[in-house]
Ligand binder design. Structure first.
Ligand code: AMP
Length: 214
């Protein structure tokens, strides 16, 4: 199955994509994770991407599309994949259509007012890449899953977050209409799910996604 996860930053795409991809046994391909790995390894792509990421802007389409095209040509993608964070512009969606049309596009919708708290409190594990909210971990520096060190992404600082939300509404949200028009869209309204401690449970979102794919 070829899937796309769409949604604003902080919607929980990464967490859900990890669960759903292992449930469906397809690789989880996150362009954000690929860029962060490239930055860590100081590759030319990483150096170029960093300038845009630090400003909360999108990396140019040509750079992202080439990187994704190479990744999708790898043997583990032969039976499908889950794309998380790609495409992010209509231009990228058109380029993807030329590589392979997705079977379904899961749009995870979270009201803006909840995104800010989720993003500023988000911590990422430097070892397993898991993401956690500070309010849900015993020690805000230690990963509850693997014991690795938790850190805050540079682009999760308040100044960059508002840019990222603006970029999402301007450049990525039009993809909702694009994929609805192709009859591929599965809409998950997280705002309509029950709240626990002021937020929805990841497990409820996961079940709603699986149900939408049946
Ligand atoms: P993410 O981890 O998906 O939130 O991505 C972090 C950052 O990486 C984004 O704010 C962009 O700067 C960059 N990025 C990730 N995916 C894309 C994409 N498909 N197109 C352009 N930039 C991207």
């Amino acid at each position: 199955m070829k899937l796309i996860f769409l949604g604003p930053p902080g919607a929980g795409k990464g967490t859900q994509a990890t669960g759903v991809s292992s449930h469906l046994r397809v690789p989880h391909i996150s362009t954000g994770d690929m860029f962060r790995a490239a930055i860590k390894n100081e590759t030319p792509t990483g150096l170029e991407a960093k300038r845009y990421m630090d400003a909360g802007q999108l990396v140019p389409d040509s750079v992202v599309v080439d990187m994704v095209r190479e990744r999708l040509a790898m043997p583990d993608c032969a039976n499908g994949y889950l794309l998380d964070g790609f495409p992010r512009t209509v231009e990228q969606a058109r380029a993807l259509d030329e590589i392979a049309t997705p079977d379904a596009v899961v749009d995870i919708e979270v009201p803006d007012e909840r995104l800010l708290a989720r993003l500023t409190g988000r911590r990422v594990c430097s070892k397993c890449n898991g993401t956690f909210h500070v309010s849900k971990v015993a020690d805000e520096k230690v990963c509850p899953v693997c014991g690795g060190e938790l850190y805050q992404r540079d682009d999760d600082k308040p100044a960059t977050i508002s840019n990222r939300l603006g970029v999402y509404h301007e450049q990525t949200a039009p993809l909702i209409g694009y994929y609805a028009g192709l009859g591929k869209l599965k809409r998950i309204d997280v705002g309509a799910l029950p709240l626990y401690d002021g937020d929805s449970r990841a497990e409820d979102v996961f079940q709603a996604i699986l149900a939408s794919l049946e």
